[in-house]
Design a protein around this ligand. Structure first.
Ligand code: NAD
Length: 259
């Protein structure tokens, strides 16, 4: 799909991977709508790239529908949807409280939070967007739209404290193929990116020595991923009509790290 002049929606576009993707799409001429719950950052990025900002909480049916309505009124039917809105909430299944040493169980609300935002929120945005995409006129190659979802290598690799996050991202990966089947006859492609550890505000919450250690584990190039590297892959997927129903790990080969 040609990016220049094409309406695009990037959820989580106020920060990190979504922000870099919004910037990259805008630099290639897309009409970008940033969907995020962070109003201050979202408006700032939108202004810098000549796009629009739509306040949204992906856990709300009403807010998601209203955000798509606003984006379509400004730019027309989106043909590109990149789902990046997400949270990382690592909590061990059982673990000792740092202060008291007391053994504690996993707080269930944390599990439900990850599923609600990362999995159900992603599906909510896909469902809203896909309805409009399949109803729209076909473009070049008969294509009507392209959807990119952000899972994580956590969907495939078990890491300590990641049950909720991995389940949510495993869900994003698991629903991708059925959704691709649902939409392929109408010319809508669905692909999934599984990032390793990227240098974004989500990861900046970790102490610097932990970030350095995570980077050093990457077989090559022995550093964290950069958001621009994610954005380049997202643009590559949009521009390649032959890339469909695929899940791509973007992780510096972390599976090959010595154990
Ligand atoms: P980030 O925190 O920098 O950006 C996430 C954005 O999503 C923020 O702007 C936030 O406001 C928004 N958001 C969160 N909850 C929302 C909600 N309910 N409604 C609307 N917006 C909401 O994080 P990031 O690192 O750029 O992560 C982007 C995506 O990539 C996430 O889905 C994350 O799980 C995934 N991911 C990140 C990494 C990494 O290492 N950074 C690795 C694998 C996967």
């Amino acid at each position: 799909m040609k990016i220049d002049g094409t309406p695009a929606v990037v959820t989580g576009g106020a920060s990190g991977l979504g922000e870099a993707t919004a910037r990259a799409l805008a630099a290639k001429g897309a009409k970008v709508a940033i969907f995020d719950r962070d109003i201050e950052k979202g408006e700032k990025v939108a202004a810098e790239i000549g796009g629009i900002f739509c306040e949204v909480d992906v856990t709300s049916d009403e807010k998601v529908a209203a955000a798509f309505e606003k984006a379509r009124t400004a730019h027309g039917q989106e043909r590109i949807l990149v789902n990046c809105a997400g949270v990382a909430n690592a909590v061990k299944t059982v673990g000792k409280d740092k202060a008291t040493g007391e053994l504690k169980r996993y707080p269930m609300h944390q599990f439900e939070l990850a599923i609600g935002i990362n999995l159900v929120g992603t599906f909510r945005c896909i469902a809203n967007s896909a309805y409009g995409m399949v109803s729209a006129e076909p473009m070049e190659d008969g294509e009507r739209g392209v959807i990119i979802n952000t899972a994580s290598v956590a969907a495939q690799d078990g890491q300590i404290g990641q049950a909720a996050y991995s389940a949510s991202k495993g869900g994003v990966l698991g629903m991708a193929l059925p959704i691709a089947r649902d939409l392929m006859n109408d010319g809508v492609r669905v692909n999934t990116i599984l990032p390793g550890v990227f240098k974004t505000p989500m990861v900046a919450m970790m102490p610097p020595n932990v970030q350095d250690a995570l980077g050093a584990q990457v077989p090559f190039p022995k550093r964290l991923g950069m958001p621009e590297e994610y954005a380049r892959l997202a643009c590559f997927i949009v521009e390649n009509v032959y890339l469909n129903a695929e899940a791509i790990r973007l992780d510096g080969g972390i599976r090959m790290a010595p154990r």
